[in-house]
Design a protein around this ligand. Structure first.
Ligand code: WT7
Length: 643
């Protein structure tokens, strides 16, 4: 599909849209650019509830921003309590389906009750505003219930994706110094139990900060409960009061810290706060998903990633939407599970990832074609660039050429969407996230910070803080400054390369740092390398992303071994298991190559660019004059032919 393919919104879509036509988009964008404080102040006043109004909309002590300082509010109150006095009181808030086919439809009133009960459970364990909770569960309603209960009391939560290993869980608990772990016995995945509580048990001996573990019974698998430390959710919940007022919290109170991979071996806890984060996710749900009262909205991400935080839990619930949540694997028991769900629940908006779309393409059109998906009116994509073939299939086979596709670019650090189309306003170009959201002053620049001419590749930056921007890295403000604000002083560095075309549309070209994107999940080459060198057989390791048909990128490792008599096949398998143990099974390398040496510059830096070329094209063309030992590269490249 050529870039010149443009899909303007249909007149029928425009007629009912929240933001209509380019004039509508431009008016919003212009006002946010010219009068940001008035723009966001008015929206917060109109759209959110505050116990106490702010004194300043925006304060900026570079690189640290504050929004709505002096105000008092509560995210759980905004997501629950304020809907109870409206017609939404008995509207379904969370429409949940378990992998085995069990189903729960939880109304706003019911969700409020469950959240209040669990907040009282947390209180009874002695938790208070400012404490921290790690949440390690599968996709069950108790996961958002736990998040909202924390939010209600001002306990900063950190959800750890259920695919992370005990080792990864441990480093996150330690870094956050959490007082409590909220977990489940297990989770269902492809008909099998993922044993979450076992991982908690493995992590906790090295986590002295944790006093209590609350365990939800989900799978019923046998678990060991440690006396005095571990408690069943349903036992603590017995006879608990359903009355629990929401704490009036400072606008800048940390709502959550979500760990993501950076360019070092240590994951960073990205901190989001209260009022600014909420207005950002609240408004982008309206602008980009064009949400209507009667919509059934499904974001198919896992809540363990930021997409689920912002667009399953906080954004949709704050808007009083019906948010669909599905526990299991999209291809279980058959590859039509998602299409079945859409047909059964008459889903109107689907938000998913290019990796999922490519996997569906491979399964074949017979699966979606067997279902009536005429309820769909809007499709979304997130996590990685969407390739033309995936776009076209999504548009035709799923959307039947009726549904606009909103390709949304954002990051864990941005809190919510940054570059994305308003579907009733902005003509689509497949593969482009189109134009920035109001309040997002994006640019494509060179290393000196000078704007790049149209269609020239450069660094994607944002010039001014927006309400949802991460405030810091947990307990490491200096890393926050260095990572995002130092390279070009005073502007936010996204870490992505991009170009902007003659219409001002943004085209994301991928990361400029040593971060990979596997299935729309960020993985750090350094984190993988440090995991590999912890293995007793490994001397050195270099990890690069290798293009992959389904997952976008896959993990490719180059490994040199310590002296010994190794069986390469067995060792490769052992190293895959090792990575699953150290990080999680989703990070398992696809390819492991053993080599005598790694290509390095004279200063000893591994030349990942060369390795990337080897795994991509198998030819090395770039500049190799700084290589210490050219023969290493020739050997690595020729090795491929023997495989
Ligand atoms: C990185 C952020 C946003 C939530 C999920 C991932 C890449 C994300 C797109 C898109 C092209 C995209 C970027 C970004 N990315 N969305 N629509 N088009 N690239 O969050 O794990 O923080 O990763 O994902 O490279 O920097 P994340």
């Amino acid at each position: 599909m050529a870039q010149s393919n443009v899909f303007p919104p249909s007149p029928e879509f425009v007629k009912r849209a929240r933001v209509q036509g380019m004039e509508g988009y431009r008016a919003l964008y212009r006002r946010a650019a010219e009068k940001p404080e008035e723009f966001w102040g008015e929206l917060a006043e109109k759209e959110l509830f505050f116990f106490q109004k702010w004194s300043h909309v925006f304060e900026w002590h570079p690189p640290f921003a504050k929004w709505f300082a002096g105000g008092k509010t509560n995210v759980a109150y905004n997501c629950l309590d304020r809907h109870l006095a409206t017609h939404r009181k008995n509207k379904v808030a969370i429409l949940w389906e378990g992998e085995p086919g069990d189903q729960r439809l939880i109304s706003y009133q019911e969700l409020h009750r469950l959240v209040c009960r669990f907040a009282n459970v947390l209180k009874a364990r002695g938790l208070k505003t400012g404490d921290r909770a790690i949440i390690y569960m599968g996709m069950v309603p108790e996961l958002p219930i736990a998040m909202l209960a924390c939010a209600r009391l001002g306990i900063t939560h950190s959800v750890v994706f259920g695919g992370f290993s005990a080792e990864a869980l441990k480093t996150r608990i330690q870094d956050l110094e959490a007082q409590i772990v909220i977990a489940a016995d297990g989770a269902w995945r492809r008909g099998r139990e993922v044993r979450l509580k076992d991982a908690v048990d493995e992590a906790l001996p090295d986590c002295p900060s944790v006093r209590d573990v609350v365990v939800l019974e989900r799978t019923g698998g046998a678990v060991h409960m440690k006396d005095g430390r571990d408690h069943w959710w349903h036992e603590l919940d017995e006879g608990v009061s359903e009355h629990c007022p929401a704490e009036p919290l400072d606008s800048e109170h940390p709502l959550f810290a979500l760990y993501t991979s950076g360019t070092t071996g240590k994951p960073k806890g990205i901190v989001h706060t209260t009022a600014g984060y909420l207005i950002h996710v609240h408004m982008t749900v309206q602008w980009v998903f064009d949400l209507r009262e009667e919509d059934t909205f499904w974001c198919s991400a896992d809540i363990g990633w930021v997409t689920g935080h912002s667009y399953i839990v906080y954004g949709p619930l704050s808007n009083g939407a019906t948010s669909v949540m599905y526990e299991g694997s999209p291809d279980y028991p058959q590859p039509d599970r998602m299409w079945r769900l859409i047909e059964k629940h008459r889903v109107n908006i689907l938000y998913t990832s290019p990796t999922a779309i490519r996997a569906f393409i491979r399964h074949g059109d017979q699966w979606p074609n067997a279902h009536d998906m005429s309820s769909l009116r809007l499709l979304g994509s997130v996590g990685e660039p969407i390739n033309p073939a995936a776009w076209e299939w999504y548009y035709k086979t799923i959307g039947k050429e009726r549904c606009p596709i909103v390709d949304t670019w954002w990051q864990t650090e941005t809190g919510g969407m940054m570059i994305a189309p308003m579907p009733g306003a902005v003509p689509l170009k497949p593969g482009s996230g189109t134009l920035p959201m109001p309040g997002v002053v994006a640019d494509v620049v060179d290393l000196e910070g000078q704007p790049a001419p149209a269609n020239r590749e450069g660094f994607l930056i944002v010039r001014r803080p927006w309400p949802g921007i991460a405030r810091t890295i947990w307990r490491d403000p200096e890393r926050y400054r260095q990572q995002y604000w130092e390279r070009i002083p005073g502007v936010y560095m996204t870490g992505d390369a991009a170009r902007r075309d003659e219409d001002g549309y943004y085209w994301i070209l991928g990361r400029v740092d040593d971060v990979m994107n596997v299935s729309g999940h960020r993985l750090s080459t350094m984190e993988l390398e440090s995991a590999l060198v912890r293995h007793p057989a490994v001397a050195e390791a270099a990890v690069v992303g290798k293009p992959h048909e389904i997952t976008g990128q896959a993990v490719a490792c180059f490994v040199t071994l310590k002296k010994g008599d190794w069986n390469h096949d067995e060792l490769a398998e052992d190293l895959r298991k090792w990575v699953a143990h150290e990080i999680g099974s989703f990070a398992k390398p696809e390819q492991i190559r053993f080599t005598d040496a790694l290509p390095k510059t004279r200063s000893g830096k591994i030349m990942r660019r060369l390795l990337r070329e080897i795994v991509t094209s198998n030819a090395v063309t770039g500049d190799v004059t700084t290589l210490e030992d050219l023969s290493v590269v020739t050997r690595l490249a020729s090795q491929h032919d023997e495989e």
